[in-house]
Design a protein. Structure first.
Length: 265
């Protein structure tokens, strides 16, 4: 059926180009995306034990500026998600442009199905430490506000509950300064600097940074980026994460080269 409709549309464009142009439909407010990346880094910290991730989601943007969406990725339970292996993000907000300036405010909920109450996972095999999850599930709720100017953006995220189930960490915040510049001929450059202030856990504060390039080839976007952090990730430190079985641990914030391919539809 879709092929027949497409054929009729092509015929109409040939026989009556003026009419076809006048009836060109507006872009759909519903879009989707899918990405394959060499390592899922959330705020600079590996969520997949330095292994690849497949990610994707959907977005709905209303003409008024209101929007809502969902985004998903595989994760490693060693990154703090005992019993779970999927991250599901649900968000909504309001975005508006005023010439070269932009405003973005909203709410995001991070959900990890399958995570268990009171579960423990090996946290550092070197000294037999474990990580305790206090609540019935691992999740996080944040509000955010951001502004943009041309190709630069600055966004502030504030956790309105315990940060990913860690007791006493409400109002942990993250600041994100990012830029994305069109170089022409399908090439783009991007950069990012961020800082996490982990309330009640000074040994978990850190900054992260990234610089990269992209190339659009017929709608497929290839990406390469260098990413690094100053997070404490040596053996026995906060960001030293184990694999799912607890037999090996790695510095989750160490420098890495991220390679990706993505498609929007």
């Amino acid at each position: 059926m879709r092929k027949s409709i497409l054929s009729l549309a092509v015929a109409a464009a040939v026989l009556a180009p003026g009419l076809a142009a006048a009836q060109t439909p507006a872009p759909s407010p519903l879009t989707g995306n899918i990405t394959l990346i060499s390592d899922y880094r959330f705020r600079g910290i590996s969520q997949t034990f330095d292994k690849p991730a497949i990610q994707g989601g959907f977005d709905y943007a209303h003409a008024s500026g209101l929007y809502a969406g969902n985004w998903n990725s595989n994760v490693s339970q060693g990154a703090g998600f005992p019993g779970g292996n999927i991250e599901m993000d649900f968000y909504g907000g309001y975005k508006k442009a005023f010439g070269d300036l932009g405003l973005d405010v909203g709410f995001i909920y991070y959900y990890y199905p399958g995570t268990k109450a009171g579960a423990t996972i090996p946290f550092s095999p070197a000294n037999n430490r474990t990580l305790q999850v206090a609540s019935g599930k691992v999740d996080n709720k944040e509000i955010y506000i951001g502004g943009s100017w041309k190709w630069l953006s600055l966004k502030f995220f504030d956790s309105i509950d315990d940060y990913f189930g860690t007791p006493g960490t409400k109002n942990t915040y993250y600041v994100d300064l990012s830029g994305s510049y069109d170089l022409g001929n399908g090439w783009g450059a991007n950069g990012h600097v961020g800082h996490l202030k982990f309330k009640g856990m000074s040994n978990a504060d850190y900054s992260d940074w990234k610089i990269g390039v992209t190339k659009d080839i017929n709608g497929w976007v290839l990406g390469a980026a260098y990413l690094d952090t100053n997070a404490k990730g040596k053996s026995g430190e906060f960001y030293n994460f184990p694999n799912s079985s607890g037999t090996e641990s790695k510095d989750a914030g160490k420098a890495t080269l991220l390679l990706s391919i993505s498609k929007s539809f």
